[in-house]
Design a protein around this ligand. Structure first.
Ligand code: PLP
Length: 491
């Protein structure tokens, strides 16, 4: 009997002779396969496939899918990941044959609709950034970081400047220093101060003429808009350095402020976060980057250009699009012209909302986060900030020392109540951190239910919590062993 808590593999269900489909008897003369194919093309034995019926296959996979949490099934307040609802109309648009079946080697003439969408996307992202040029090529946010830093390196090389250092605040995402190292820079950490902003004394002490780039996430990972952003950008620019904005938190500022306005020279977007693309489970993302004018010649190619006609309602009749490579391009960072399916979903989302709608997205995301903050701070301390942007970081540190209940225990127990866990233990600048991002798509009822559950959990018995979750098929896997030795058949 299959049930929703079954952890069997489909191979375990196999019974010799079972079939999903039975073909009618062959009504043409049969010949031995060995007489039709060269010997080298034949396998010695048939592949070891499970022998199962169609209902068994369906039940197995539907039940497996029910063990998972998703944005479609559960509240998913995973901080820094912007797990908002994925509108289904975007999926329908991305599945249209004219988009889904375009072949990358198709002549440009026959893919004008796709190129128009990509061109419009470049223009839209430039406008939201307040920057001058865009490349849609990178395949994810982290890839966008690496690409932009390679662009910066090419720019400094061209200027004849030997700048080796990238400054990164200590609460930055781990991909920031990793991207800096991969692009050939040395990353130097800048401390944050007690209220969560960049520590200006430490920043000034570390700023010198060897600085190539200051990578900043704004609003940052504790959900605070950097209070000294202007001063930081001016100081870096005065020394000839560049500001990189990690755009993972754009959901807080769409249409309210633009990175170019607060001094950024380049940024990536995470369309799969900010613009509602489905993500998680290593699925496809995109990491388009925007840069200011002086960096545009170094962008990876191809970029989409409009070489005839005008934009706007009549564009279909007159405009013509083609692919071009910027003059001093660092080269391709990905095959063809990027993860177009993800960009198309983002394009639909942006066009659906329009400028006022996008601003409302951010306002509501910030409102929801502040509502949760105001309620949760009575249960768990929020060390940095009375108010937040689109997310905030609570701490289970006191609960741990008082009762032995850790951030991990709370995260695991939430699963029993049908809530995906928030992000825990990131950023590492807050002890026992629980990073909560509700997004704008959740109702007050859902937020209230989450707060009440959180309160109930903090009142529960510590030992009981340390063994949570109690209702899932697998309770607490050994996460290190699971990553190093992924044996999918072990219960
Ligand atoms: C998600 C995230 C990234 C990396 O983006 P991916 O698209 O997952 O590669 C970088 N920085 C921050 C702050 C993030 O939240």
């Amino acid at each position: 009997m299959e049930n929703t808590r079954d952890t069997k593999l489909i191979f375990d269900l196999s019974r010799s002779g079972c079939r999903g489909a039975v073909l009618p008897k062959c009504d043409v003369p049969e010949s031995d396969v060995a007489s039709l194919l060269p010997a080298g093309a034949l396998a010695e034995a048939p592949p070891a496939l499970p022998e199962v019926t169609e209902p068994q296959v369906i039940r197995h996979f539907v039940n497996l899918s029910k063990q998972n949490m998703s944005v479609d099934t559960h509240f998913y307040p995973l901080g820094s990941c912007t797990m908002k609802y994925n509108p289904k109309r975007n999926e329908r648009a991305a599945a249209m044959p004219g988009f889904a079946e375009v072949h990358p080697y198709q002549p440009e003439e026959t893919a004008q609709g796709m190129l128009e969408m990509l061109f419009e996307m470049q223009e839209i992202l430039k406008e939201i950034s307040c920057m001058d040029a865009c490349s849609l090529q990178p395949a994810a946010g982290a890839h966008g970081e690496l690409t932009a830093l390679l662009v910066a390196a090419a720019y400094f090389r061209d200027m004849g400047e030997d700048r080796k250092t990238v400054l990164v605040p200590d609460n930055a995402h781990g991909t920031n220093p990793a991207s800096a190292a991969m692009a050939g820079f040395e990353s130097v950490t800048v401390k944050t101060d007690v209220d969560g902003g960049v520590c200006m004394d430490d920043f000034r002490a570390k700023l010198d003429d060897s600085i190539a780039v200051f990578m900043i996430t704004n609003p940052n990972t504790v959900g605070i808009f950097e209070p000294n952003m202007r001063e930081i950008a001016d100081a870096v620019h005065e020394r000839g350095g560049l500001i990189y904005l990690d755009g993972a938190n754009m959901n807080a500022i769409l249409g309210i402020t633009r990175p170019g306005d607060f001094g950024a020279d380049m940024q990536h977007y995470n369309p799969h976060k900010t613009f509602s693309g489905p993500h998680g489970g290593g699925g496809p993302g995109a990491g388009p980057i925007c840069v200011v004018d002086k960096l545009a010649p170094y962008l990876p190619g191809p970029v989409v250009e409009m070489d005839a006609g005008v934009r706007g309602p009549d564009s279909a009749a007159s405009a013509h699009y083609s692919l071009a490579t910027p003059q001093k391009s660092i080269g391709k960072v990905r095959a063809f012209f990027s993860n177009t399916g993800v960009l198309l979903r983002a394009y639909c989302y942006i066009r659906t909302h329009g400028p006022e709608g996008l601003r409302a997205v951010s306002e509501n995301a910030v409102l929801n986060a502040n509502y949760l903050l105001a309620r949760i701070r009575h249960i768990l301390p929020v060390p940095q900030g009375d108010r937040c942007m689109h997310e905030f970081v609570a701490s289970a540190s006191k609960l741990k020392s008082d009762k032995g209940i850790s951030a991990m225990d709370i995260a695991k127990r939430l699963l029993d109540f049908g809530f995906h866990a928030p992000t825990v233990y990131f950023p590492m600048t807050v002890k026992e951190s629980i990073m909560i991002e509700p997004t704008e798509t959740e109702s007050k009822d859902t937020l209230d239910a989450f707060v009440e559950t959180l309160f109930r959990i903090t009142e529960e018995d510590a030992e009981f919590l340390q063994n949570a979750p109690h209702t899932t098929a697998i309770s607490r896997p050994n996460e290190v062993a699971a990553a190093r030795n992924p044996c999918l058949a072990c219960g």
